[in-house]
Structures are given as structure tokens and as C-alpha cells.
Design a protein around this ligand. Structure first.
Ligand code: PLP
Length: 400
């Protein structure tokens, strides 16, 4: 009898964490490595947020909190949804968990039965299918293409929905493609969802504040109020407030679903870290002034790296509207030979040889369900990004 649960045989480790780990190891061994694998802002958490955490410690806010979160944070979340998204949620319709990842996991744990299907557009964030599988569900992939800048069409969504579909996962701006949907593009999808009342919508709005140019942000329940009752709107402080290590994510939805997620969390981690929750209150209620400043920095880096990639032999990169990722196609390099003498047969070969030859760590597109592509996180210093761009160009130029 196997000791490890069968459920674990259904999943694989996170490819993005694996790349960061490999880059760290090579660095420790003395190699000159530029890591473009990690999905976290290189900036620090703003001081007003750090201070709120220190104050919370000094006030003795160091005990267990209610499972779904401290009341001031749940109220701040409800106020955020009203202020930024025009959505009316009561504090009792919100839940705080240990990162956005935990929110998503709890939602699946609380709702999925064996055989339930979850529609996941490709390319997807690595954890979506794995979480669905771990919770006993079945991911059903709905493909996008580089020609439509990795945005899902209404037809592809319609085709993926079956009587067994429980959830549709929506993520805009997207990890890994950076694609962000306009209001009209989103409306085309919500029109499909309105016609399928058994399908719930899980919208992962984690990159809401990282949107470039003049694009305005919209979330599904805002664009289509008819979906309000069956939408779980997920967000968090990790990306917008550079708080990845604090581990606070949150969601709002129907009271019935939130109660079920509270039940899961209550038998698992209980309330999220009390100190981090007080920091998140300040993040949501305090000054938002640094968000547009940081957005400008990211936008400049996006333009820099997209320009450099599109001047690399064999690469093609659409200009993404948001997040801090680009997702170039490396189809034009497949079949060529790397300086090591190895023939590139896949995007895994491309990223492995790039790391070997030039010390640039990126993540293969096959980890996100669509390739041959690779993902670059440009949440790194402009200097490092520029150097990485030069090395990628040199590598692509060296392929024969
Ligand atoms: C699309 C997406 N959703 C959710 C998360 C999880 O964020 P957190 O750090 O809050 O768990 C990430 C983090 O990489 C992400 O990229």
C-alpha cells in the first residue's frame, strides 16, 4: 500500500518556483545569473504599511483572529470593492486567507466534487490546474492564440462549457501572458456565461493595478451584474502593494460560498497572520499614491523588454497590456542548434540552453499550457532587464 496519497500523483511541483530555485543554486555556485522567473515586484513594501504592522505588534495584535479575518480588514475589503470596482459586498461576504493562492484553493476545496469540470484558459497560471486536480476536479483547457494576444474568444469559452462545468477561471491581467481584457472583450465572455447559469465565475484580479496605457480595469460582476450571485471575486495585496511575503489574499462572493470557504479554512489554517492583516488594512485604506508611480516603472520595463525581444532572431512578442510578464513565442528558434551543439526541439530546450549559455533564467511556456513560448517576469531592475535582453539577443543570434 502506497504511503503517499493518490491525490499527489495527479499533480506536479510549481515550474516557476523550480526555475527560481535553479537560478538561486547556480548563483550560489558562482555563476552570473539573471533570474527572470519570479513573479514578485522587486520594490519594497511601502513604509506606511510596514509601520501599521509594527504598530499592530506593539498594540498586542498577536493573537488568533476570526477565521474569515479581522472585521476592520473585511470592511476595508468591502470598501475597496465599492470604491474601485463599483461592487456592493457586505463585510460578511468577504474572506481573508493566507495569500491569493490560499483563497483559490479554499474555493475549489469547498465546491469541487469528483467529475466537476473547471474551464481554464491557456496559457494559465501554473497553479490553477494543479489545485483543481488536487481538489478532485477536472481542468478543461480553453485555448487562446498569440494572434489574439492570448485572449479567450467567446466561441472557445462556449465550446469548453459542458453540463459538468462548475467554474470558469478568469484572470486579467494574466499571468503568464500579461493580456488584459477590455470591457467589450470581457462582455463577450460574460454574455456566454449568462447563457449557462450552472457555471460559476472565479475571477482572479490579482494584477488589477498593473494595467498600462489608458486601459480601464473591469471585473466580471461589474460588467455583468447578472453574474454577481455566482461570481467569486478574488484579489490580494501581494502584487499591487509589493507584499508577497505577508501572505494576505481575499475574496468576496455569495454568503453561502464564503461560509463554505470559512468552514474549510477553520479546519485548516484558521485566520491569516494577525499582523499581516493589520498591514493589509493600511494597504487598502491608506495612501494609494505609489501605485501609479510603480505602474509607470513597470510600463517602461515592459516597453524595453518587448522591444529587445522583437529584435531577437526567431522570437515574436505581442505587447501585453498588464501584469509584469511577457510571453514571447520562440517557435522561430525550434529546429536550430544551440552553442552546446544541442538541437532545440521544444521551449524546455530553449530555456535550458539559454540558462546554460547566457545565465538568463526564464520559464518554459509548456508549464503554462501553451508553447513553444517562454515567460519573462520583468519585475526586476531595469539594468538587469536590459542586460538580460542583450544576452537573449546574443543567444538567439548564436543559434544555427
Ligand atoms: C494569477 C495569480 N493569482 C494568484 C497568485 C497568488 O498570489 P499570492 O501571493 O497572494 O498567493 C499569483 C501569484 O503569483 C498569481 O500570479
Amino acid at each position: 500500500m502506497a504511503f503517499i496519497a493518490d491525490a499527489l500523483s495527479r499533480i506536479k511541483p510549481s515550474a516557476t518556483i523550480a526555475v527560481s530555485q535553479k537560478a538561486r543554486e547556480l548563483k550560489a555556485a558562482g555563476r552570473d545569473i539573471i533570474g527572470l522567473g519570479a513573479g514578485e515586484p522587486d520594490m519594497d513594501t511601502p513604509d506606511n504599511i510596514k509601520k501599521a504592522a509594527i504598530d499592530a505588534i506593539m498594540r498586542g495584535e498577536t493573537k488568533y483572529t476570526p477565521i474569515s479575518g479581522i472585521q476592520p480588514l473585511r470592511e476595508a475589503i468591502a470598501a475597496k470593492f465599492k470604491r474601485e470596482n463599483g461592487l456592493d459586498y457586505k463585510a460578511s461576504q468577504t474572506i481573508v486567507s493566507t495569500g491569493g493562492k490560499h483563497v483559490l484553493f479554499n474555493a475549489f476545496m469547498a465546491t469541487l466534487n469528483a467529475g466537476d469540470e473547471v474551464v481554464v484558459p491557456t496559457p494559465y497560471w501554473v497553479s490553477y490546474p494543479e489545485m483543481v486536480l488536487l481538489c478532485g476536479g477536472t481542468p478543461v483547457f480553453a485555448e487562446t492564440t498569440i494572434e489574439t494576444s492570448f485572449k479567450l474568444s467567446a466561441e472557445a469559452l462556449e465550446k469548453a462549457i459542458t453540463p459538468k462545468t462548475k467554474w470558469f477561471i478568469f484572470n486579467s491581467p494574466s499571468n503568464p501572458s500579461g493580456a488584459a481584457y477590455s470591457k467589450a472583450e470581457l462582455k463577450a465572455l460574460t454574455d456566454v456565461l449568462v447563457r449557462h447559469p450552472h457555471v460559476w465565475v472565479l475571477t482572479d484580479d490579482m494584477y488589477e493595478h498593473l494595467l498600462y496605457g489608458n486601459i480601464e480595469y473591469f471585473t466580471p460582476a461589474q460588467v455583468e451584474p447578472a453574474l454577481y450571485e455566482r461570481t467569486l471575486t478574488v484579489n490580494g495585496v501581494s502584487k499591487a502593494y509589493a507584499m508577497t511575503g505577508w501572505r494576505i489574499g481575499y475574496a468576496a462572493g455569495s454568503e453561502k460560498l464564503i461560509k463554505a470557504m470559512d468552514m474549510v479554512q477553520g479546519q485548516q489554517t484558521s485566520g491569516a497572520c494577525s499582523i499581516a492583516q493589520w498591514a493589509a488594512v493600511e494597504a487598502l485604506n491608506g495612501t494609494q499614491a505609489f501605485i501609479p508611480e510603480r505602474r509607470k516603472i513597470f510600463e517602461g520595463r515592459r516597453d524595453l523588454i518587448v522591444g529587445m525581444l522583437n529584435q531577437s532572431n526567431g522570437l515574436k512578442c505581442p505587447v501585453p497590456e498588464g501584469a509584469f510578464y511577457v510571453y514571447p513565442s520562440c517557435a522561430g528558434t525550434i529546429g536550430k542548434t544551440a552553442p552546446s551543439g544541442r538541437k532545440l526541439e521544444s521551449d524546455v530546450d530553449f530555456v535550458t540552453e539559454l540558462l546554460e549559455a547566457e545565465g538568463v533564467a526564464v520559464v518554459q511556456g509548456s508549464a503554462f499550457g501553451l508553447g513553444p513560448n517562454f515567460r519573462i517576469s520583468y519585475a526586476t531592475s531595469t539594468e538587469a532587464l536590459e542586460e538580460a535582453g542583450r544576452r537573449i539577443q546574443r543567444f538567439c543570434g548564436s543559434l544555427r
